[in-house]
Structures are given as structure tokens and as C-alpha cells.
Design a protein around this ligand. Sequence first.
Ligand code: HEM
Length: 479
Amino acid sequence: MSNNPGSSSAVREERSPTQPRLQRPPGPSRYLLPHLSRLQNQPIEYFGDMWREYGDLVRLPILPGFTVFLATHPDIAEHVLSTHQERYEKPDLFLKTMGLIQGEALFTSEGEFWRKQRRLMQPAFHQKQLLHLHSIMVNCVQSLVREWDAKPAGEEVDIAAEMTRLTLRIVSSTLFSIDISGESDELGRALRTALTYVYHRMTSPLSPGLWLPTPRNFQFRQAKKTLDRIVLEIIQSRRRNPVEHPDLLSMLLEARDEATGEGMSDRQLQNEVITLINAGHETTATTLAWTWHLLGSHPNVLAQVTDEVQTVLGTGGLGDGILGDGVPTFEKLPQLQYTRRVIDESLRLCPPGLGLVPRVALEDDEIQGYFIPKGSIFNIASYFTARHPEFWDNPEQFDPDRFLPENASNRPRFAYFPFGAGQHTCIGKNFALMESLIILSILIQRFQIDLVPHQRVEIDPRFTLRPKDGIKVTVQPRA
Ligand code: HEM
């Protein structure tokens, strides 16, 4: 493929009458609007069919003036997200829809504004700051352990819902030291209503504008107002009364731009806090839900994880305090190497949201000899790249040892990017990995968790790829 610095002039020449025209990528010749509902409801099957039929770069004409490109090859992901990232940015449709709930913030901005926010926020996610958040995460998991301990042995629970509750508890506790995961919590309820609305808009491009007085729009506006009000109150009260134990909000309040010495305004902090709650819980919850399902259906892998957890942490239970015997301390986490490979493999098979990373071309470009006109919208799909038969043997098989260093070293870097890549790479990657290791290791150490047999577990492919009707497991305290 062409990824040398001269390729943009090659593209400009594409329109010169003396040069042969570059071809457009292959794809269906008819507009796909009539098939939109299949694309919305069965994106895995639909994109998979297109990939198999047309190859690694597919042109999907949705309606006149709106064409989407599906990219499934690591070299294309590398070109768009890394080596030529300055030619691409997040598309307006994505920024505006996500912006309905988050406003202009790290996840929903580009350009100078985004760069400034990234500079301000990056230090709060450094490894040494994560050390401060570790004990908050352990406390949150311990409170779930206490809840499960109080249940009759063998009680059935929906582990997907439990993971959503737990990751919401963790993200709100690490952010501003408040648990918003309770059913009756006003902020948690407003967040759920607002998120449902945004997911609906993302997947229904023909839905009526927010300004129309429909009941759905009204409900969203009320929820957004509540979210803004409560988060702003938390920020203002924190400015008046700083806390002793650092959480993410206290780090963000202290953050100063190196160039100007300025911090964030209340409004900016409000948008960033809502962004972090939003980006930081559903993704990890979905990953963990599928990890439990994969472990439940691969008893040999579960046995190996259990063995590792008991060897590294001991079998003494959690003790009374967060540093009691059996706690996955910050120092012990890197020793949970097999458990980490299980998480990596789960993210390969089930990346939240199909691992779709949307981008729009800011200028004409050339990729693998094809002409990419300015304005083209790309879906870089890690779900398919991480199943590409050129780079993965038996791609549908669950095999954590693919991530042993000796097996991973031969794969191109962009064959696997569940956390994105390039300048927008996930700021919460280490947060999410630490959280997942803590949750899995504590719960496996304390409970035997078995899938309820004969249940139908289906993917809800809209937006986050959650299990549609949850995942039922039984939970027994270990002897
Ligand atoms: C398993 C869990 C997670 C996965 C798979 C995941 C995945 C991703 C991906 C693929 C991107 C890149 C999007 C793009 O380039 O368009 C991203 C960005 C982002 N993620 Fe995550 N994420 C996870 C957890 C988290 C957590 C825990 C947080 C915060 C606490 C977080 C906050 C963010 C933010 C703020 C961005 C935008 C970064 C930027 O544009 O500079 N994520 N994430």
C-alpha cells in the first residue's frame, strides 16, 4: 500500500487528465438505504457478508451523497489511525450525536480544543495516579462481594447487569467518590435515560430532530438537565471543600495547561466528568460480561485462571481491610498474566461496539491503490481485523495463549486495537485493564460462578454489543 509522504501528491494527480484514474474501492452498486434496518439490527452479519464478498476495503453507498467505507485490514487501520492520522478526524455525525450528552469534551472534539483537553487530562490516567485509584476499585468490588455473600448459595444473577452496576459504581467512586449505581440514584437514572436516547439516535439516523416536541425528546432533555445540574453541584461543592484522598475529579481540578497555566472551567469539567462516566463504564461492563460467558463455556480456561488467582493471591479470602490477605494489590496485578491474556482474548472476540472507530477523510487520499475522496466516512472495524484469517489461526476459537509474547510477536501491531490507536487512543485503557483484573480476580477467588445451562445468549449489536437479555449465572461462595 502507499503510505509514503509522496502519496498525497499521487492523489492530487488522480484528477489530472493525463494520469490514469485511481479506482474506487469495490462495493455494492446500489444504494443500501432499503437494507438500512439489516445494517442496524445485524451489523456483524451484514458487514461480515460485505467483507467476504468485496475484501478488506469496501465502499458502501448508503444514500446519494452518503457513502461509508468498511476497513478490515491492519494496514488500512494503521494508515488512517496512525501514519496518516492528520488526514482524518472523527465525523460530525458522531461528534454531534455523542455531544448531545457530553457536550464538547475529550471524546467529542477535534483540533486545538481536543489537544488542549488531552494535555490537561492525560496525567490523571498515568500509572502512578492509577495507584491511588486501585484501593477505591478494590473497595467497590468488596461491596459487591458482601452483597453476593448475603445471597442464598447458588442464587441466579444476571452477571451482565451486575457488571454494569459494578463498573458504574467504580467509575463514579474513582471520579468523585460517590456511588451512583443504585436504582434510585437520580444521577444514575438520568444517565441511563440519556444514554438510551443517544444509542437510539446513533442507530436511527432518520429519527426526528431534538427540537421536535416528541415524548422521547422531552424525556432526554429532562435527563440531560438533571445530569448537568447534579454534576455541576458536585464540582462546585468540591471546589469549596477539597478532599483529602485523591480521586479523578481532584486531579482534574488541579490540572493546568502547561502553555497557559489555565485550568478547566466548571462547564468544561462538567462535560469531561459526564464523558468519563459515559465512556468509562459500559465498555468495561460489556467486556466483563462476555469474559464471564467465555470463561463459563471454557471450563479448562476458567480452571487455569482460578489456579493462577489462587497461586498469586493466596486462598485466604479478602480479609477485613483492602490490604488483607488475598487482595490483588497493585504490585501483584502484573503477575496475573494468564488472566490478562483472557481479557485480551475476550476483547479480540467481543470488542465493545464492534470496535468500530469512525473517521472522515479531510482531504483526498489513496489507500492500497484506491482513490479515497475527501469527506469519505470510514468505519475501521477491529471486530473483523482481529478475526482476519491472514493474521489469526482459527479466528473464532477462544484461545488466550494467542497473546503469549512468543505468539503475539509475529502479528502486525494493527491486527489488534480494541482501545483504538493513534492520537485518540483510549485514555482509560490502563484504568479499564486494572479494573477488569481486580474484578475478575476477586470474584473468582471468592465465588464459583457457573453459567446457567441451556440459556440463549444473544448479542445486542446496537452500539455497545451487549448481551441482549443478559447472562445468567449461579454464584456459590467458595469453601
Ligand atoms: C474495555 C474498556 C474500554 C474499551 C474497549 C475502550 C475503547 C476505546 C476506543 C476504541 C477509543 C478510541 C475511539 C476513537 O479513536 O474514535 C476510546 C477512546 C476513549 N476512551 Fe475508552 N475504552 C474503554 C474504557 C475506557 C475507560 C474506563 C475510560 C475512562 C475512565 C475511557 C475513556 C475514553 C475517552 C475519554 C476516549 C477519547 C480519547 C480521545 O479521543 O482522546 N475508556 N476508548
